[in-house]
Write a protein that binds this ligand. Structure first.
Ligand SMILES: Nc1ncnc2c1ncn2[C@@H]1O[C@H](COP(=O)(O)OP(=O)(O)OP(=O)(O)O)[C@@H](O)[C@H]1O
Ligand SMILES: *[C@@H]1O[C@H](CO)[C@@H](O)[C@H](O)[C@H]1NC(C)=O
Ligand SMILES: *[C@@H]1O[C@H](CO)[C@@H](O)[C@H](O)[C@H]1NC(C)=O
Ligand SMILES: *[C@@H]1O[C@H](CO)[C@@H](O)[C@H](O)[C@H]1NC(C)=O
Ligand SMILES: *[C@@H]1O[C@H](CO)[C@@H](O)[C@H](O)[C@H]1NC(C)=O
Ligand SMILES: *[C@@H]1O[C@H](CO)[C@@H](O)[C@H](O)[C@H]1NC(C)=O
Length: 489
């Protein structure tokens, strides 16, 4: 029994199993990575490089003459015959195309210590005395947005393959060759448009190829740049670091990486474009255009509209202000609003003046809602004494109804004015017929008889027929008003 067990070795104890296990970890975890946005990414950052709260890798922060670097935290084994492939999405913001910082670079280097490198035209890769030195031990693809004659730059918008220095091994204006007709299509690096770049190195043929394209476009078939270079002679170290470098010059610029993937001896994994972080709004330039012009106009018009509305409402309140007291509630139905009377008489215009009497002026009006014609007697008064009694009397007179009495519809009060609202008598008062002979026709005897009968009938009603006895005490021609059929008072 026991000898039987000894003869069957456990698979877990077999030395070959551990070799297989280790290789599989390497294959899935340590020879590739992909960042679709950098939220939570553990990158090695230096200089002004940061990961923004929404997951952008910001290589420089918009301050002049600074550099920034970002590296994948762990190095990769690199030997003769090692191939690699990288792809990344980036965007470069400049104040203006012609006022631009210096650019950025994708970097594969023997070290991740670039503390001796300088910003501005040195791109954070070299300094002013070590351009091209073999001790630099880096390979870079520069996205250069500033022309610098020190390094024989071709223009201020180019892509270059750099080895140990900034005199590019090969460079080209930024752009791509179209798949359909092979024509060159140029791109502006510092346009703040998201673009994708691919960098590939074949460890056997030593072929380097670099491509560029707008976001959402597949990698162009024909690369923008391709050259042969034995990078084993450059990256003379067992391990290499991969990352980015960027620098600003005299002008504000910002370089962003939105997504990044890398593979050793395998293609770079696909970046999930739908997960990319959003770029911040354009810097001061767009702000100056959109906010500094539109915002003040919007704010000013808003303040103006609110202000004039308030003034309008306040003025309306003052204009139509009335005096109302508790005791008046019982006369409510007989109360007219000043606004209605104001509108009816078109603001007490002179053209609506019917006449001037002992106590006040009388205006013709048409009530805005009911279109009823009225005569408004406007009485100015100084003291409030007896106002309650007066209004009570007005209202009680308002209850008098007789075809030969002018109907009193109601009243209205303001601070020092009282308004009485009467039925409108289209033919005015009798005095006009008797004394102003020029204007009005002479009354016939039949008309005079009818007027006298009307007055008598009205007085009879006042003196005897109504429940209260009312004495008129002021019968005179100007108090006899005639309707359109010339019926009296
Ligand atoms: N309801 C009305 N319809 C048409 N015109 C009117 C009306 N009320 C008054 N008027 C006109 O306005 C004028 C002035 O009227 P008011 O009653 O103030 O005058 P008065 O009778 O001369 O004065 P008072 O009676 O107060 O001494 C009248 O002469 C008349 O021409
Ligand atoms: C950029 O970083 C530098 C150094 O950390 C800092 O002095 C500067 O204020 C930053 N600029 C902006 C715009 O945040
Ligand atoms: C390049 O940078 C230098 C110094 O930083 C600046 O003076 C020059 O105007 C820049 N050129 C362009 C085209 O942006
Ligand atoms: C980086 O290099 C410089 C000198 O080149 C050295 O002083 C510094 O200590 C290095 N930094 C690290 C973190 O190794
Ligand atoms: C490149 O773009 C510029 C404007 O940005 C344009 O004037 C020029 O004609 C373009 N060249 C090619 C080859 O498309
Ligand atoms: C590339 O360089 C390495 C290191 O110098 C060398 O061993 C190798 O033979 C070179 N390969 C080719 C194809 O030149």
């Amino acid at each position: 029994m026991t000898s039987c067990i000894k003869r069957r070795p456990s698979l877990l104890q077999h030395p070959l199993f551990f070799i297989i296990l280790n290789l599989s970890v390497l294959a899935t975890g340590q020879d590739q990575f992909v960042y679709s946005g950098f939220t939570g990414a553990d990158l090695t950052l230096d200089g002004v490089a940061t990961i923004t709260p929404n997951g952008l890798l910001e290589l420089t922060n918009g301050t002049v003459r600074l550099k920034g670097h970002a590296f994948h935290p762990t190095p990769f084994r690199f030997g003769d015959g090692t191939s690699f492939a990288a792809s990344y999405l980036f965007a470069i913001y400049c104040v203006q195309f012609h006022l631009c910082g210096h650019g950025m670079a994708f970097l594969v280097a023997a070290s991740n210590n670039f503390s001796d490198a300088m910003p501005t035209q040195y791109l954070g890769l070299i300094n002013d005395h070590n351009n091209g030195y073999a001790t630099n031990r880096f390979f870079a693809v520069e996205l250069d947005t500033n022309w610098s004659d020190e390094f024989n730059d071709i223009d201020n918008n180019h892509v270059g393959i750099d080895v140990n220095g900034l005199d590019s091994v090969k460079s080209s204006s930024a752009g791509y060759y179209r798949d359909d007709n092979g024509n060159f299509q140029n791109l502006t690096l510092a346009s703040y448009q998201v673009m994708q770049s691919w960098v590939e190195y074949d460890g056997h043929s030593k072929q380097i190829s670099v491509s560029l394209a707008p976001i959402h476009m597949a990698k162009p078939i024909k690369p923008l740049l391709s050259t042969t270079y034995n990078l084993s002679t450059v990256l003379t170290a067992d391990m290499v670091y991969v990352g980015f470098s960027a620098s600003t010059g005299s002008f504000i610029s910002r370089q962003y990486v939105l997504g990044w993937s890398f593979g050793i001896n395998r293609p770079a994994p696909a970046i999930d474009i739908t997960k990319l972080p959003k770029l911040p709004r354009e810097g001061p330039k767009s702000r100056s255009k959109v906010l500094e012009i539109v915002l003040p106009i919007v704010t000013a018009s808003f303040v103006l509209i609110v202000g004039s509305t308030v003034i309008f409402l306040v003025r309306r309140r003052i204009r139509y202000a009335e005096l109302r007291e508790d005791w008046e509630t019982e006369f409510g139905p007989h109360r007219f609003s000043y606004k209605d009377l104001f509108c009816a008489t078109q603001g007490f215009k002179n053209k609506n003046l019917l006449g001037v009497g002992g106590f006040g002026t009388v205006y013709k009006g048409v009530l805005p809602k009911s279109k009823v014609e009225i005569a408004v007697k406007r009485i100015s008064h100084d003291s409030m004494q007896g106002m309650k009694e007066f209004v009570a009397e007005v209202v009680s007179i308002g209850h008098l109804q007789h075809r030969n009495l002018v109907q009193l519809h109601g009243y209205c009060r303001r601070k020092s004015e009282l308004f009485l609202v009467y039925e409108y008598m289209s033919n005015g008062s009798l005095d006009k017929y008797l004394y102003d002979q020029g204007e009005k026709p002479t009354l016939t005897w039949a008309q005079r008889y009818r007027i006298i009968k009307g007055i008598a009938s009205g007085l009879l009603y006042l003196h005897q027929e109504w429940e209260k006895v009312v004495l008129h005490r002021d019968i005179k021609p100007s108090n006899v008003l005639l309707d359109d059929e010339l019926n009296g008072d």
